[in-house]
Write a protein that binds this ligand. Structure first.
Ligand SMILES: *Cc1c(COP(=O)(O)O)cnc(C)c1O
Length: 371
């Protein structure tokens, strides 16, 4: 369908910063800087400064950031890693692909891991925990770090949806052994293709990640230290991401303004739960604006017919996909969420009158006779 209002509009975003992106492209092409050059280094330095860590290592994807973090954390066959039941599959796949067992914990009403249910899942085999900061909202890092300390667990933060968000004044991605980032085009800092990174304060972790991403080789000595991978952040993408990172603070403000506009425009609709969860410790960035309603499927169709593109994260929880052969446990809150959630257009390209059109369309739907 050709939507009037798109979920994100990368072409429109490009036109907003065209001169800077074109200049970055020209610099890379003219210099022939293709693999692991100055543009990547510069972006890594700025990303680390932004997150508030000593190091950032650019990778090919958010998945790679999780996978490499778990390798460095020493997660091996038979180890258990705690992950939320409501997240993107990649969080759990990284655990499986190092031979570990993902141990799922249900989420709370704010879509993040329910910190009151973590300790009952800790066993002598538990090695790590991966809190996910979903939709741009930080998980409760105060409780999670305390639990990790008590049971000596490694914390790997899946911060793929929360670049810029803060918990108790500190940026997410700077609490754990690593913070894992994705620059997939739909993410808050999106490239023109895949991309990712790890942030860390630990020099040994940073070195291991920079060797693992490039075939395990120390390029200065020619010595191989690992059976590694080829998963560097592409130099051209790094140049583009560096341009966009400079805009991120103003773009986060814009996202917050859009969220406030949705909140104000939809608070009169009783059939809808808005993403408005009061916690003074938390500063959100609204990667997604997710509402919940028992009329979700009809609303999705109605908005599509009105030309509004929405997404559903996710219709079926990952652990219920048969071919993945997970252990058959069920998670009531995750399943209720999967039946009720719908993500509204949220991006810095959208204009206020377009946001108002989305609001008006939702109101008309609920004012109709069918409800
Ligand atoms: C996007 C995302 C990932 C994976 O990122 P890719 O770059 O697509 O590999 C992992 N976890 C969460 C929560 C994400 O949203």
């Amino acid at each position: 369908m050709n939507h009037k209002i798109r979920f994100v509009d990368p072409g429109k975003n490009y036109r907003m910063i065209r001169a800077e992106i074109d200049a970055a492209y020209k610099e890379v092409m003219e210099k022939g800087d293709l693999i692991m050059r100055g543009q990547l280094k510069r972006f890594e330095e700025r990303l680390a400064a932004f997150v508030g860590t000593k190091f950032a290592i650019g990778l090919n994807s958010g998945y790679d950031a999780l996978h490499i973090s778990l390798i460095i954390a020493g997660v091996k066959a038979g180890d258990e890693v705690i992950v939320p039941a409501h997240t993107f599959l990649a969080t759990a796949s990284a655990v499986v692909n190092v031979g570990g067992k993902p141990v799922l914990v249900d989420v709370a009403g704010d879509y993040n891991i329910d910190v009151n249910r973590i300790e009952e899942k800790v066993t002598p085999r538990t090695k790590a925990i991966i809190p996910v900061h979903l939709n741009g909202r930080p998980a409760d890092m105060e409780r999670i770090m305390a639990i990790a300390e008590k049971y000596k667990l490694v914390v790997v933060e899946d911060a793929c949806q929360s670049l810029g968000a803060k918990f108790q004044g500190k940026r997410v991605g700077s609490f754990g052994l690593t913070g894992c980032w994705s620059f997939y085009p739909f993410k808050i800092l999106g490239g023109y293709g895949d991309g990712g990174a790890i942030t860390t304060d630990d020099a040994a972790v940073a070195r291991a990640a920079s060797l693992l991403r490039y075939n395990g080789e120390d390029r200065d000595t020619g010595e191989y230290h690992y059976h590694g991978f080829t998963c560097l952040l592409d130099n051209l993408q790094a140049a583009f991401l560096d341009v966009k990172l400079a805009h991120l603070p103003e773009w986060i403000e814009r996202r917050r303004a859009i969220a406030a506009r949705y909140n104000a425009g939809l608070s009169c609709v009783p059939q809808v739960i808005l993403p408005h969860f009061v916690d003074p410790r938390v500063e959100e960035v609204f990667q997604n604006y997710v509402i919940r309603t028992p009329f979700r499927d009809a609303l999705f169709d109605y908005l599509a017919a009105a030309g509004v593109e929405t997404l559903i994260h996710w219709r079926k929880p990952y652990y219920m996909h048969k071919e993945l052969a997970m252990d058959g446990q069920r998670f009531p809150e995750t399943e209720a969420i999967s039946r009720g959630v719908i993500s509204l257009p949220m991006n810095v390209e959208i204009a206020d009158d377009e946001v108002d059109y989305v609001i008006q369309s939702i109101r008309s739907f609920f004012e109709g006779d069918e409800r």
